[in-house]
Design a protein around this ligand. Structure first.
Ligand code: OAD
Length: 246
């Protein structure tokens, strides 16, 4: 990020009343959470995309849970980084502010963000297979798999699996905020997974300034107003400091 780019981004943010922050795995990279692309992750010889699929869950709920509980256990020690914290502190400075995340790690909430739409669910919750009722599952590893809810109902991870739709209402809420915002900050996403990746386009098409923060160029880069190269933990606090007057 050049100084001129930093000033330009800060200008957009200090003028803004409504902000959407759209995040992907890259915002949690500096918290030690692995990103998805650029690696061929496997678990017990299974590609991660198969382990995280609705097909495996329907076939073998316990094995599907073993994979998610492995991820949960690895995630347990992860703490929000400077980017999550700066975003959480920024929300009170805007009339409207919404974090729209593709991440399932819960780190935005852990940092203190209160207005978060989770497009892909949350690893720290389970959902009743019959009732759809959501349960907080803070333990990792879980004592028994699959975990069970009221009436001994088996639970599934409350995350969006490959081959599934997004949770009802989540995308719609995000899209409405995107079409109303003045600035959309796009942080740490490759922008290749849809419909999530439509959010920056909805903001741009409605006239918002779209500011990307990523160490690399992405599919979204040609479509944004400003693309800032660098790590989220470095750039995001510098941009948002202008808003909080820090
Ligand atoms: P990806 O793994 O596709 O992309 C991560 C992005 O973060 C890349 O563009 C990296 O360059 C960038 N990045 C890496 N380190 C960074 C840092 N320190 N600061 C800022 N950016 C950094 O992850 P997503 O775009 O989130 O879906 O992937 C989208 C979806 O694909 C996920 O939500 C998941 C996956 O399939 C589901 O689980 C349904």
């Amino acid at each position: 990020m050049t100084e001129a780019q930093q000033r330009q981004a800060q200008h957009y943010l200090t003028q803004a009343k409504r902000v959407v922050v759209f995040t992907g795995a890259g915002i949690s990279a500096e918290s030690g959470v692995p990103t998805f692309r650029g690696q061929d992750a496997t678990w017990k010889g299974m590609p991660a995309a198969i382990a995280s699929s609705i097909g495996l869950l329907e076939q073998d709920l316990t094995t599907a849970w073993e994979w998610f509980d492995y991820r949960r256990t690895r995630l347990k020690a992860a703490a929000p980084n400077a980017a999550h914290i700066a975003i959480a502190q920024a929300e009170k400075h805007f009339a409207e502010f919404l974090v729209v995340t593709q991440n399932v790690d819960g780190l935005h909430q852990k940092a203190g963000s209160t207005r978060v739409v989770e497009l892909h669910g949350n690893l720290w919750r389970g959902r009743g297979l019959r009732t759809g009722k959501q349960y907080d599952l803070p333990d990792a590893p879980l004592p028994t798999l699959p975990p069970r809810g009221e009436g001994d109902e088996p639970l599934r991870p409350d995350v969006v699996l490959f081959g599934e739709m997004l949770p009802a209402g989540a995308f719609e809420t995000a899209e409405i905020a995107a079409t109303r915002c003045d600035v959309c900050l796009v942080i740490g996403t490759s922008g290749v997974v849809y419909p999530a990746a439509l959010i920056p386009f909805a903001a741009r098409d409605a006239g918002a300034a779209v500011i990307e923060v990523n160490p690399e160029a992405t599919d979204l880069t040609p479509h944004v107003t400003l693309s800032l190269r660098g790590q989220a933990g470095d750039i995001v606090p510098r941009l948002l400091a202008a808003v909080s007057g820090a």
